[in-house]
Design a protein around this ligand. Structure first.
Ligand code: NAP
Length: 295
C-alpha cells in the first residue's frame, strides 16, 4: 500500500488559520496584539530569507512584528543592549535572535540574555529545563512542529517505539524529551542514536516512528526500516542547483525507496520545514497570553 504523505504545508496552513482566528479574538476581547521582534546581525543570505518569512508570516496572521537589522561588525555589547531594550518593551512578547551570529559574538551569552518569558525559540536553559520536567512554557519550534505533524495525522504515539537519529539541542534532544513525557500526544518509548551508536540499523529497524535529524543526505535507506514505519525526515540538505539557480533539496531519508515500506512519511521540502515558523507564531501568541494573564 502506498505510504500516506504527511504534508507539513497543509498542516501548517491549518494551524495558521486557527492562530489567525485566535489572534483576532485576542484583539477583539482583550485588545491584545502579540508582538515578535526579530534580530538579524549581518547579511547571511539564508538568514535574511528566514527572517523575511518570519516577518511576512507575522503580517499575514496579525502579529505585530519588528525587524532589527544590524551590521555584521555590531559589538556584542550593542547587541546585548538591544536584547535588554526588547526584554523591557511591553509591545514585544517574543524575541528571536537569528543564528548563526558572527564569530566575534558569544551566541550563548546573547541567547541567555533573552528574558525566558520572551524566549519563543525555547533555547534558554530555563525553558530547556522546564521542557525536561514536563512543564514547558514554550516548546522549541521544530520539535513542536514534528509532534503536531504526528498528532494531526492521527499517528498513535503512546506506547510506540520512537527512534530519533541525531542529538542536537534544537531537534534531537528536545523531540526525544517531548515524546517521552507522560502526556497526551507523547508517552512513547524513545531511543536516541548518534555517531557514537554502534549499530544504527538495529535501532532504526525497531522503530514504529523514526525521526531523522542528522543533516546527512539519504543516510536512512530502505533496508534500515521495517514495514509500516512512520518516518519524519527533518533533514534539509542542499545537493545542487537547478538550471535556474534554485537550490535542490533532499532530506536525510531516501524518500523514494523508504516510502515503499512506510505507512506514512514526510517529504522534503514540504514536510517539517513549513511547521517551524508556524510553531514560532504559536509560541508568540502564547507569550502574549502569558504576559497578559489571558487564559
Ligand atoms: N526543517 C527545519 O525546520 C529544520 C530545523 C532544524 C534543522 N533542520 C535540518 O535537520 C538536520 C539536522 O539539524 P541539527 O541542527 O539537528 O544538526 P546537527 O546539530 O548537525 O546534529 C546532527 C546530529 O546527527 C548526528 N548524526 C550525524 N550523522 C549521523 C549518522 N550518519 N548516523 C547517526 N547520527 C548522525 C550527529 O551526531 P553527533 O552528536 O555524534 O555528532 C548529531 O547529533 C539538518 O539537515 C538541518 O538543516 C531542519
Amino acid at each position: 500500500m502506498a505510504a500516506q504523505i504527511i504534508s507539513g504545508t497543509e498542516i501548517a496552513k491549518q494551524i495558521r488559520e486557527e492562530l489567525k482566528q485566535e489572534i483576532a479574538q485576542l484583539k477583539e476581547k482583550h485588545n491584545l496584539v502579540p508582538g515578535l521582534a526579530s534580530v538579524l546581525v549581518g547579511e547571511d543570505p539564508a538568514s535574511q530569507v528566514y527572517v523575511g518569512s518570519k516577518v511576512k508570516t507575522c503580517d499575514a496572521l496579525g502579529i505585530y512584528s519588528e525587524r532589527h537589522d544590524l551590521p555584521v561588525d555590531t559589538s556584542e555589547e550593542k547587541l546585548l543592549a538591544l536584547v535588554d531594550r526588547l526584554n523591557k518593551d511591553p509591545k514585544i512578547h517574543g524575541i528571536l535572535v537569528q543564528l548563526p551570529l558572527p564569530k566575534h559574538i558569544n551566541t550563548e551569552k546573547v541567547l541567555y540574555a533573552i528574558d525566558p518569558k520572551k524566549d519563543v525559540d525555547g533555547f534558554h536553559p530555563v525553558n530547556v529545563g522546564r521542557l525536561m520536567i514536563g512543564e514547558p512554557d514554550y516548546i522549541p519550534c521544530t520539535p513542536h512542529g514534528i509532534q503536531q505533524l504526528l498528532v494531526r495525522s492521527g499517528i498513535e504515539i503512546a506506547g510506540a517505539e520512537v527512534v530519533v537519529v541525531g542529538r542536537s539541542n534544537i531537534v534531537g534532544k528536545p523531540i526525544a524529551n517531548i515524546l517521552l513525557q507522560k502526556k497526551e500526544g507523547a508517552n512513547a518509548t524513545v531511543t536516541i542514536c548518534h555517531t557514537g551508536t554502534k549499530d544504527i540499523s538495529f535501532h532504526t529497524k525497531r522503530a514504529d516512528i523514526l525521526i531523522v535529524a542528522a543533516g546527512k543526505p539519504k543516510a536512512i535507506t530502505a533496508d534500515m526500516v521495517k514495514e509500516g514505519v512512520v518516518v519524519i525526515d527533518v533533514g534539509v540538505n542542499r545537493i545542487g542547483k537547478t538550471a535556474e539557480g534554485k537550490a535542490i533539496l533532499c532530506g536525510d531519508v531516501d524518500f523514494d525507496a523508504v516510502k515503499e515500506k512506510a505507512k506514512a512519511i514526510t517529504p522534503v521540502p514540504g514536510g517539517v520545514g513549513p511547521m517551524t515558523i508556524t510553531m514560532l507564531m504559536m509560541n508568540t501568541v502564547r507569550a502574549a497570553k502569558l504576559a497578559s494573564g489571558v487564559a
